[in-house]
Ligand binder design. Structure first.
Ligand code: GLY
Length: 252
């Protein structure tokens, strides 16, 4: 059960963050509204939500998921893979230190938390443009030292592993067609996303509730038989910045 989430407000410079989406200019007013609804939704699910202030030097910093991997036994503060994002991690370490022992990933290793998927006591770690082999090795060793198992997975499409695959409970992965073919995910039931709805892969499981992006009816239909509550949130402006529902919080 998650009891806490850490989030960070987008700054008025958020549109200067990294994006390859080509979905148009995002609106500051609208992203602030969407972010507020996101926080209220987490609160409505019983989580204590810590809301950090925007970081003016880091327009992507509201994507806090990338700054740490939080497990029940340890919080691993990452070393972000994108040059423009290096430094976001520092303030997160101070906050996480109130709840967990913290350890760090060190250069030359890089890890973005969006490349890490926790399924019970097992972790899938994506090797991507942001998370390199050295970072995967460091993270894997730390996880083993704290009683966890892990598997490395190549991320050949999408920004992060969790852009394409997330755990939705009951031994089930919500997953794009490409990743569904990987042997690494062989032991799980799979709900395979339609090509046109791959963005819904960023669905977020909070305890007994699935938070899904608004506007993906086919995915919703496929998830309904899971028997979990489903909440749809509009994250149009977040999507324009290559982000999704999972990216905007650290849950623990
Ligand atoms: N804009 C999110 C990222 O590229 O990390």
């Amino acid at each position: 059960m998650f009891t806490h989430a850490i989030t960070r407000k987008p700054g008025d410079n958020f549109a200067r963050g990294i994006t390859n989406s080509n979905l148009g200019t995002p609106s500051y007013e609208l992203i602030m509204k969407q972010h507020e609804v996101y926080i209220e939704t987490l609160r409505s699910l019983g989580l204590e939500v810590i809301v950090l202030g925007a970081l003016q030097d880091f327009p992507d910093a509201y994507f806090v998921e990338d700054t740490a991997v939080v497990t029940p036994n340890v919080a691993i503060v990452t070393n972000l893979g994108a040059e423009s994002r290096k430094g976001e991690e520092a303030t997160i370490e101070t906050v996480l230190g109130r709840y967990r022992k913290t350890v760090r990933i060190h250069a030359p290793g890089t890890v973005d938390g969006g490349d890490v998927l926790m399924v019970g006591s097992h972790f899938f770690i994506g090797i991507s443009e942001r998370t390199n082999k050295d970072g995967v090795g460091q993270l894997g060793r730390i996880l083993e030292e704290h009683g966890y198992t892990w598997t490395a997975v190549p991320v050949e499409v999408g920004l992060h592993l969790r852009s394409s695959i997330n755990y939705v409970g009951k031994n089930t992965l919500l997953i794009t067609e490409k990743f569904a073919g990987y042997n690494e995910f062989g032991g799980y039931d799979k709900i395979v996303l339609n090509k046109a709805e791959e963005y819904a892969g960023s669905t977020l499981l909070i305890n007994d509730c699935l938070i899904i992006p608004k506007g993906f009816p086919n995915t919703r239909k496929k998830l309904e038989p899971m028997g979990l509550d489903i909440i749809e949130l509009d994250v149009s402006e977040v999507r324009k910045m290559d982000g999704g529902l999972t990216c905007m919080s650290l849950r623990f």
